[in-house]
Design a protein around this ligand. Structure first.
Ligand SMILES: [Zn+2]
Ligand SMILES: [Zn+2]
Length: 333
């Protein structure tokens, strides 16, 4: 049971999630896999260590919450947000007039594979497309449950925020847009009001027009290093035409096409940067929301440098690799 507390200085919400302190943290490097006595809740045979699965791909005859799966989705045992307010009475009383609330939302985990030490670059494109289909389907379920602001993210290795090595992606749906998302929506509305166009479409077109920052293209998508990249070797994958439907309504062909580019990008990143810590973040986008003329994008964010005091103090990221150089090196890989 998590609590949201409002910071009037930053005008932002913070989530106090006491339960997450109890999380297992048996993060292991590849070299240590098998030497550890820790039991991995995401490995085959340990299905009872997770909550009941909400979606899975299984061999014929394999039963729910047992072995025989290729990937499975469960609700997070240590959620940042939860769909109902059970335990609300355990909150720390707020100071007078301080705003606080129950941290409301959906938080699920996609266990991507049975292979404890796999890297997403090891997946086949059909497998990755199935996973992207699962992200889409569970994001749609979150929207239907009243949590229209959905973020899909993956933490690869401890410096990127992972507490478990076993490959997994998390899906969080929120009832209200967080400050950063709200700002993006406001930008999108302002840009649309001024130009009649989608801001993401315009930025993607501008960033990729001269080709210097492009890494790879597919018929409807482009992978490129954004002109104003926050992180060294940051990559964005986005549609080149404004999608006719929201990501949550996208079809299997889109999942296959996105899987191809994600696979290409994470393979290049792993090889060029020697298997770095990284995040991926799928901004599912405000497609289901009326009046926000924007669309989805998928970011791959290598985490080569820690976030320092300047970034914390100013919100301004300092990137030591020009995106044009990053794209040239990733293209050559
Ligand atoms: Zn495992
Ligand atoms: Zn667009």
């Amino acid at each position: 049971m998590s609590e949201a507390r409002f910071d009037p200085i930053r005008h932002e919400w913070v989530v106090i999630a006491r339960d997450r302190e109890r999380r297992p943290s048996h993060f292991r490097t590849v070299a240590e896999v098998g030497k550890s006595g820790d039991r991995c809740p995401f490995c085959v045979g340990n299905e009872a260590d997770t909550t009941t699965e909400v979606l899975a791909a299984r061999a014929p005859g394999a039963s729910r919450d047992g072995p025989g799966w290729r990937w499975r989705v469960v609700t997070n045992l240590f959620p940042i947000v939860t769909p109902d307010a059970v335990g609300a009475h355990s909150w720390t009383p707020p100071p007078e007039a301080w705003r606080h609330a129950y941290a409301h939302g959906a938080h699920e985990v996609v266990v991507e594979t049975t292979d404890h030490a796999a890297h997403p670059a090891d997946y086949s494109i059909p497998h990755l497309a199935e996973l992207i289909g699962a992200f889409r389907d569970r994001a749609r379920a979150a929207v239907a449950a009243g949590f229209p602001h959905v973020i899909v993210f993956r933490n690869q290795f401890a410096p990127a925020g992972a507490s478990l090595l076993h490959p997994h992606t998390q899906i969080v749906g929120l009832p209200h847009a967080p400050a950063a998302v709200d700002r993006m929506h406001a930008n999108a509305r302002r840009h649309h009001a001024a130009t009649g166009r989608c801001v993401t479409c315009d930025v993607v077109a501008g960033d990729t027009a001269d080709g210097h920052r492009v890494i790879a293209r597919s018929p409807g998508l482009v992978a490129y290093t954004p002109y104003a990249s926050r992180f060294a070797y940051e990559v964005c994958i986005a549609p080149t035409q404004h999608p006719a439907v929201a990501f949550v309504d996208s079809d299997a062909a889109t999942a296959v096409e996105l899987a191809g580019l994600v696979h290409d990008v994470v393979s290049r990143v792993r090889s060029l940067l020697r298997d770095p810590a990284m995040n991926w973040v799928l901004h599912v986008g405000p497609g289901p929301l009326p009046g926000v003329p924007d669309h989805w994008r998928f970011e791959v964010l290598p985490r080569l440098a820690r976030i320092g005091g300047f970034e914390l103090g100013t919100g301004v990221f300092v990137n030591s690799v020009a995106p044009e150089d990053a794209a040239a090196r990733l293209r050559a890989e």
